[in-house]
Design a binder for this molecule. Structure first.
Ligand code: ADE
Length: 264
């Protein structure tokens, strides 16, 4: 009986220390998407590994590691895989900009992802382009088409946005959308493609990393959430709008990340 009690106490101490050692990972594709976070980091420590840089420290009292993944699905997959190998991660938050797809979306608006999918993982036929579910490596089993984000993180994001005052990027106070985000290795500068993504998948934003990170987290059983702010509308002027709105939109997404950390 006495021995059993000791084992329970040791197990409790061990698991609480292990839990404490776990960090929240925050990932952005470009320097502009993470700079304000690394600048705000307390007890900042830089770890260089291969071609990646990891900033560890504290934000809003949470132990975090911040990483730039680079642009596109291959870079995001590579960086996320190494991140999960190298650190004890309890959840992954992605922050950055995207092309807004909702007809009422403007630069600066926020999209909190309920799910992400690869819009370019597909069967391309003469008269049809069929987006397919990916498969994992082990067992070649089908993954879901939509990688769902974590419901707890999603809730924290929804609670936090009520308290945030966002930058007015365009001509109105930013709206917050919650729904599906499409990912592909293409910068969408094409209203037809933007409309196709919205009509066929109800995608509210398009970007180039989310589903890659989502797939790795899904396959590794790590909770994740993607927060994007619109830098453009994926239309004919997307390349120009992206340059104009990248910084303020990135800042709006970061405000949500800080809000989530505060609610944790
Ligand atoms: N990230 C920001 N804008 C984008 C767009 N139009 N297409 C893909 N990724 C983006």
């Amino acid at each position: 009986m006495y021995m059993k009690k000791i084992i329970i106490i040791i197990w409790f101490l061990f698991s609480s220390v292990f839990c404490f050692a776990q960090r929240v990972a925050i990932v952005g594709a470009m320097p502009e998407e993470i700079r304000l976070l690394t600048e705000a980091l307390e007890k900042k420590h830089l770890i260089k590994y291969k071609d990646l840089e990891f900033y560890t420290g504290y934000l809003k009292g949470q132990s975090v590691v911040i990483m730039k993944s680079g642009i596109g699905k291959v870079n995001a997959t590579y960086a996320t895989t190494i991140l999960l190998e190298k650190f004890k991660i309890k959840s992954v938050l992605f922050t950055g900009v995207a092309g807004g797809l909702h007809p009422n979306s403007y630069p600066g608006d926020l999209v909190i992802a309920e799910a992400v999918f690869h819009h370019d993982y597909a069967r391309d036929m003469a008269n049809e382009y069929e987006v397919r579910a990916t498969r994992n490596i082990k067992g070649q089993k089908d993954n879901p088409l939509l990688f769902k984000t974590d419901s707890v993180l999603l809730n924290l994001a929804k609670i936090s946005v009520r308290k945030i005052s966002f930058l007015d990027v365009g001509n109105r106070n930013p709206k917050v959308f919650t729904g599906i985000i499409a990912t592909g290795d293409t910068f969408i500068n094409n209203p037809k493609k933007a409309n196709w993504l919205y009509e066929n998948f109800q995608a509210l934003a398009v970007e180039m990393e989310g589903a890659a990170l989502g797939q790795i987290c899904y396959q590794s059983k790590i909770p994740f959430l993607i927060i994007r702010s619109c830098s453009d509308n994926a239309n004919n002027s997307a390349h120009l709008d992206f340059q104009t709105f990248l910084k303020p939109a990135a800042e709006n997404a970061i405000k949500v990340i800080l809000g989530i950390l505060e609610e944790m």
